[in-house]
Design a protein around this ligand. Sequence first.
Ligand code: NDP
Length: 258
Amino acid sequence: MKLPGQVAIVTGGNKGIGRAISLSLADEGADVVIAARDMPAADQVADQIKQKGRRSLSIRTDVTQNEQVEKMIEEVLDEFGHIDVLVNNAGIFSMFPVREITEEEWDRMMMVNVKGVFLCCRAVIKPMVKQNQGKIINISSVAGKIGVPLTAHYCASKFAVLGLTMSLALELAPHNIRVNAVCPGDINTQMLEKEWQRFGKIKGMTPEEVRRTKLAGIPLRRVGQPEEIAKAVTFFASLDSSYITGQTINVDGGMESH
Ligand code: NDP
């Protein structure tokens, strides 16, 4: 096992990619805290983790609310005494032509995808500095590296996550805190399902036409599975990446290079 005795927090760890990350970290020996809003889903993942013989806690947390974030970190410290890994996975997506992106939608996207990551990083830094060690892994996107039509606000938010990652990596390196990012491509979750439906609606395409168009843009010609993102996250959380900080791994079937 690569993470025995480690304590990890996964934001949005109750569904999709976050769920796979939570289970993968637990498989490697970590105790895992699920910080999300949908508590029945969070409790289910926590139960699965406990069945693996690890400790797990689900804490209701809206990552856009600083008070809730600070309280969640306090609760984790009270329960476990230390925090070794923070995975900033919680995120939202929507698709609009740029002229139809309202100020409210822009703000909502930035609140969750950027401010949420910032607040969670800021709150965990204090205990990690005290411990003189920690790993922060941010989930950006292939849309954090290349422009994608119809998602200017999402792209901007995911580019911001990479800027935050690189800056924090430099600032926190003297405290032995490593900060890295994973950029998923199209991954089989509810988010992707909704994205493809919306794309079909805007473009007037059938689901089959959308599928063919999307797969044509992925060199490996398939969507990824959440577990394939979890493997990259587990690498950054473990000593296998002990000399790596400020870096990004694309897990995208070759999409960015296409
Ligand atoms: P899902 O829509 O399946 O899950 C989103 C997760 O984010 C849920 O667990 C949700 O928890 C959580 N979340 C959303 N808003 C908040 C909030 N305000 N506070 C706390 N938690 C919140 O998405 P995916 O699993 O597909 O995506 C996970 C991450 O991966 C996101 O950052 C996404 O941008 C990124 N990504 C996904 C890709 C894909 O193809 N699927 C591609 C590239 C990047 P709850 O329901 O409890 O609110």
